[in-house]
Design a protein around this ligand. Structure first.
Ligand SMILES: Nc1ncnc2c1ncn2[C@@H]1O[C@H](COP(=O)(O)OP(=O)(O)OP(=O)(O)O)[C@@H](O)[C@H]1O
Length: 615
């Protein structure tokens, strides 16, 4: 059917395919275009012609146009084609397709239009941004320019000011110079005047002096002339007298020396004695000088207290000389020592008290029988009675005690070794036996492998270990430490008894409270003041013991010392229940504060120790 219309090849089918519809639609478009060209009249542009030609070609053959240029055949054909199309069953489908294609194109055009619109907006935006950037740059350049201008102006102004100042200064300098010259001239003038005056004065004085000297000389000459005979006689008399005196004394000396020498040389016994005395004196002087230092060392080793010893019951030579009665009393007290009293005034748990009692008895026996002493290590929190027990042990078994603090050794540096040897030399010369209490022993007996140990401390430790290698019959060592785990293993090895002294429990606190209440309140009155504590009973004291949890013996003793001073501070030395309660509250608060500080400081120590180890 279409073949007839458009003259195209291809097999005809009963049902129209998509391609056929497209082809038909194309034909319709072409025909419509040709119709439009012809209907518009005599348009002569190439495109119209090509459309018309294609329409004629589709109609089956070419024909030349009319003279006027209007070709009615094409129009007829188009009309025929249109009719043909109208009759075609696919006409609607083809039309729809065309419309669809048109719509698609329009959509494409509109999309492209929107794209272009977007692109133009984008371009507009870029343009605006560029313009803004440009403006910003311009402004920046302007600002910089302005700044430079300002700087330049400022520099100019400064220069101007500096020049001005320099000018002023140079003018000032000029003025000063001028003034200085004037001053110098004036001073020179004054100096010249003064010089002239002085010269004049000197001339005057010289003239006066010369005149006076002349007058004096003339006077003396005149006087000498007048007294010449008398003077001559005087001089002669004096010379004669002097000569006679000298001759007399020479005669006397010669005769006495001669007679003494004669007697001495004649007496053989006297001569021998004199020689012997002279030799003995020379020898005495020499030996006194050389033995003085040896004696000094000897006395120091036996009697003088070594500097490392902080406190001792052993009297020094000077004490013996200054307080002979007191020293004799102390010696007598040592003689009356009784180990069974060792725990007097010390409160500890009953089993520990028993053990310490046994140690005291054993120590006393060792002393009496000249057996070696056993060394002790007392460890535990501060203020629990370690020093107290060591002193009581020494006192009650008839020994002297000496306290050496571990912290004093390290600061001695290289001298520590010498000083430690002095301590042991001194201890070995104690006839009664000496209890050497080494407080804060961990401060210098710490492990030799410790990183923080200096060469000097290591040497001191070695000296100490050397001197304590064997149990001595002259001294016993009692170590006290809060951290015995830091000890060098060799130091630990020298310990025979390890005793832990812990914080007191409730029972011990009650006994401590009673002990110190009696000591400072009940029997704490002085000759001038008598403490009145009427309202305080046993129940109150038990309450104090209960509330002073974690308190050491030292805390409890301090609490009662505080109570005593509060009582003395009150009117008529009255101690009331309220005072007791408020002081107890304060003591508990302070204890808690101290514990918090201790926790913090041990944390800091651990952290620093840990970081030091890491490094
Ligand atoms: N167990 C106790 N019994 C009686 N009093 C005690 C006791 N513990 C401590 N005190 C009192 O506390 C004071 C201090 O005690 P001491 O010096 O013996 O403590 P320490 O354990 O040696 O302490 P640190 O380790 O600080 O040297 C003593 O003088 C005493 O008044």
């Amino acid at each position: 059917m279409f073949k007839g219309v458009f003259g195209g090849g291809g097999a005809s089918t009963s049902t129209p395919s998509e391609a056929a519809i497209r082809q038909e639609a194309q034909g319709m478009k072409t025909a419509a275009a040709a119709t439009a060209v012809n209907a518009d009249g005599d348009k002569t542009d190439g495109a119209s012609r090509r459309g018309a030609d294609r329409a004629s070609a589709a109609a089956g053959g070419g024909r030349a146009g009319s003279v006027t240029g209007f070709d009615p055949v094409g129009l007829e054909r188009a009309a025929a084609a249109a009719r043909e199309l109208d009759r075609s069953p696919n006409a609607n489908a083809a039309l729809n397709l065309i419309q669809e294609q048109e719509r698609t194109k329009q959509a494409e055009y509109s999309a492209r239009g929107k794209e272009m619109e977007a692109a133009s907006k984008q371009m507009e935006l870029e343009r605006v941004a560029k313009a803004a950037e440009e403006q910003r740059r311009n402004m920046q350049a302007q600002t910089e320019h302005q700044q430079q201008l300002e700087l330049y102006k400022d520099r100019l102004e400064r220069k101007r000011q500096t020049d001005l100042l320099e000018n002023q200064l140079s003018a000032q300098r000029g003025l000063q110079e001028e003034q200085r010259q004037k001053d110098e001239e004036s001073v020179a003038r004054q100096e010249a005047i003064r010089k002239r005056t002085l010269e004049y004065e000197a001339q005057l004085r010289a003239k006066t002096e010369a005149a006076r000297a002349h007058a004096e000389a003339e006077g003396r000459i005149k006087e000498a002339r007048e007294n010449r005979d008398i003077n001559r006689e005087n001089v002669l008399l004096q010379a004669k007298e002097y000569r006679e005196t000298v001759l007399e004394s020479i005669k006397l000396t010669t005769s006495s020396v001669g007679s003494a020498l004669q007697t001495f040389l004649g007496d053989r016994q006297r001569m021998t004695a004199a020689v012997a005395v002279l030799s003995a004196t020379a020898l005495g002087v020499y030996s006194a000088r050389s033995s003085a230092s040896v004696m000094g060392r000897f006395v120091e080793a036996r009697i003088g207290k070594p500097p490392l010893i902080r406190e001792t019951s052993r009297p020094s030579l000077s004490q013996l000389l200054r307080h002979p009665v007191k020293s004799a009393g102390a010696i007598q007290a040592v003689r009356n020592a009784d180990a069974s009293h060792v725990m007097k005034g010390i409160v500890l748990p009953a089993p520990l008290e028993q053990r310490l009692q046994q140690i005291a008895v054993a120590t006393q026996h060792a002393r009496e029988n000249g057996a070696p002493y056993r060394n002790l290590l007392l460890h535990g929190p501060p203020g629990t009675g370690k020093t107290l027990f060591a002193k009581s042990l020494a006192h009650n078994v008839g020994m002297h005690y000496a306290i050496l603090t571990g912290g004093d050794v390290a600061p001695l540096g290289r001298d520590a070794v010498t000083e430690l040897h002095k301590v042991f030399d001194w201890a070995e010369h104690s006839r009664r036996g000496l209890l050497l209490f080494v407080d804060e022993a961990d401060a210098f007996l710490r492990s030799r492998t410790s990183d923080h140990m200096t060469e000097e401390t290591r040497s001191a430790l070695n000296a100490f270990l050397y001197r304590t290698g064997e149990n001595s019959r002259r001294f016993m060592v009692v170590y006290a430490s809060n951290q015995p785990e830091l000890f060098d293993w060799a130091a630990t090895d020298r310990v025979d008894e390890v005793i832990e002294v812990d914080l007191p429990g409730l029972e011990e606190r009650k006994r401590l409270v009673k002990l110190y209440f009696d000591k400072y309140i009940r029997n704490g009155s002085t000759a001038k003041m008598r403490i009145q504590y009427g309202g305080i009973d046993e129940g109150d004291l038990d309450l104090v013991a209960t509330r002073l949890e974690h308190a050491s013996g030292r805390d409890i003793s301090k609490f009662f010392i505080g109570l005593q001073s509060a009582a003395f501070g009150s009117k008529n030395a009255v101690l009331t229940k309220e005072m007791l309660t408020s002081l107890l509250d304060a003591a508990i608060r302070q204890k808690q504060q101290k514990e918090a500080w201790m926790d913090a400081s041990s944390r800091v120590f651990e952290e620093s120790h840990f970081s030091a180890r890491k490094l």
